[in-house]
Design a binder for this molecule. Structure first.
Ligand code: FAD
Length: 434
């Protein structure tokens, strides 16, 4: 039997592909009463609200697979793709292509020049252990860090570019940087080799949680069966739950790093200690539903990112009603705000009343919020694992275990995004099935 521990998107993808590839006996153990982990869709004030991810960045293959599963991807209107970044208290449109980047005034002339030089010139490969911030400063200059990379890292990872590693956070870019010649030549080669695929943001008609629910239909998931301990003997692995002990030949750890650390303490203390060091960013997610006319200055696009240098309360806001109008009751707007992250961790722990009393003036200032919004606060004390130097130690300690039947398939190793989690589940399933 192959045991998968954790029914988030990573574990379910692995189990689903194992079944598709003909594995006879696969079982998923899940601590909670529901599948999906961080992917969670709720109803609030008549709106379809995502407590976790709002967007799946899908290429054509992924879109086709979703349709094969009878799910309905919903793409945002074209003009809703525009992204804004807060600069000196005002949202500015982020350039969305080479033309607007070079002709617009979002970046200074010096920053445009340093980008051209960085992309087209020859360069030395990045030193091992270089942080994202150090890389961007070295290759493109401080303005790029402040105006583009910092808000991007805050928006995607709720993270701090000063501690995230280039190699771990953006491995494809790191690989390209190690190739000889300019970055531009590497991008050109990748485009010609079909490695650069067009990706589009989407959600699903019934919310993103319909994906894990759909995957779970095809696999044997045991809900409310937390694995409490893992042991190993000459015949394989033993999983202890409140309902008894089960044997497995292979174990897939698809649960958060701290929960994996607890399970590994007895059999793999070194790996357990390494997993315990993986840092997480906490986040509070606030969904605000208001009559559309009560948000007169809503951003005309995807949403707004707030770089650390602006020192404002929220990490950013998503104009969900604009992106995915079907999520809102007619005549309403849905705005989702993100608070906390690695650099403002304490804010994610504020109680609801204080959190809203600090968020709402910001919504009023930036978007003209006029009426009392119907708001819900959703919390993730350990929202997003951070791609820091701690992962190098995890990789080292993990290396001998796959041949002893222990594998990791979770968002804290090799990519945090939903497509990354889905892809690593498929890759591991192919390896195990072979
Ligand atoms: C607020 C937020 C916004 C995000 N936005 C986006 C986005 O827009 N786009 C995107 O691509 N990604 C986004 N992400 C990231 C993405 O949602 C996650 O990385 C991904 O869903 C993680 O999946 P996972 O299966 O690896 O882990 P998890 O979802 O954490 O699943 C792990 C599962 O293991 C279970 N478990 C824990 N302990 C045990 C145990 N002892 N026994 C059995 N089961 C156990 C848990 O209950 C859980 O169900 C976001 C994440 C958050 C939190």
């Amino acid at each position: 039997m192959i045991a998968v521990i954790g029914a988030g998107v990573s574990g379910l993808s692995c189990a689903w592909w194992l079944r598709r590839l003909g594995a006879e006996s696969v079982r998923v153990y899940e601590a909670e009463a529901r599948c999906g982990g961080k992917v969670k869709t709720v109803r609030h004030a008549g709106a379809l609200v995502e407590a976790g991810p709002n967007t799946l960045l899908a290429d054509d293959d992924l879109l086709a697979w979703l349709r094969e599963l009878d799910l309905t991807p919903v793409l945002p209107p074209k003009d809703a793709q525009r992204r804004f970044v807060l600069r000196q208290g005002r949202y500015r449109l982020l350039p969305d292509g080479p033309r607007s980047l070079l002709l617009g005034d979002y970046f200074s002339a010096a920053a445009k020049w340093s980008l051209l030089r960085g992309v087209a010139g020859r360069h030395a490969p990045p030193p091992a252990g270089e942080t994202l911030a150090a890389y961007v400063r070295r290759r493109f200059g401080a303005e790029w860090l402040d105006k583009a990379v910092d808000p991007f890292v805050g928006g995607v990872f709720a993270g701090d570019p000063e501690e995230m590693l280039l190699e771990e956070a953006l491995p494809r870019l790191a690989a390209r940087e190690r190739e000889p010649g300019s970055l531009l030549a590497g991008i050109w080669r990748a485009a010609r080799g079909g490695q650069l695929r067009r990706k589009r943001a989407c959600t699903l008609q019934d919310g993103l949680e319909s994906l894990p629910r759909r995957l779970a239909r095809d696999v044997d998931v045991r809900l409310e069966q937390a694995v409490r301990a893992l042991r190993r003997d000459a015949a394989g692995w033993l999983l202890y739950t409140d309902r008894g002990v089960t044997r497995a030949s292979q174990v897939v750890l698809a649960l958060p790093a701290d929960a994996a650390a607890a399970l590994l303490a007895h059999e793999a203390p070194e790996l357990s200690a390494a997993c315990r060091q993986v840092p997480y960013a906490p986040m509070a997610v606030v969904a605000s539903v208001v009559p559309a006319e009560a948000l007169p200055r809503a951003l005309d696009g995807f949403g707004g990112l707030n770089p650390a240098s602006e020192q404002v309360f929220a990490l950013g806001h998503l104009m969900v009603g604009r992106l995915y109008p079907h999520c809102c009751p007619p005549g309403s707007a849905l705005l989702t705000s993100f608070v906390g992250g690695r650099r403002q961790a304490g804010l994610a722990a504020l109680d609801d009343a204080e959190l809203l009393s600090r968020l709402n003036p910001e919504l009023e200032r930036h978007f003209g919020l006029q009426a009392a919004a119907r708001q819900t606060v959703m919390r993730w004390p350990r929202a997003i694992p951070q791609a820091t130097a701690a992962l190098a130690e995890v990789r080292r300690a993990l290396a001998p275990w796959p041949e002893r039947g222990l594998h990791v398939c979770a968002n804290w190793l090799d990519g945090v995004s939903l497509p990354d989690c889905l892809a690593k589940g498929k890759r591991l399933a192919e390896r195990l099935a072979a």
